[in-house]
Design a protein around this ligand. Sequence first.
Ligand SMILES: [Zn+2]
Length: 86
Amino acid sequence: MPELSEEEALIQEKTIKEEEEKYRCDLCSKRFKGPEFVNKHIRLKHPDVLAESAAVVRRWRMRTHRATVPADSDSLCAPVAPQHAG
Ligand SMILES: [Zn+2]
């Protein structure tokens, strides 16, 4: 299963299933027949919400990622020998 993007995860979070074939946008309470319609609706009508949340998640991921990088990353900075063509 492919990993969900921040946007997809947020859209799923904002897609409220009320009952069979009744889905609701949690951002404006508009109702739809299926989750894919809510997905399209959120992308069209609430792009600002998506962009903002995606940025927040991305910042948070970067911070957690940085915490896992070993301290001795100096060894990655090996000198690069110049290449001669021919
Ligand atoms: Zn909406």
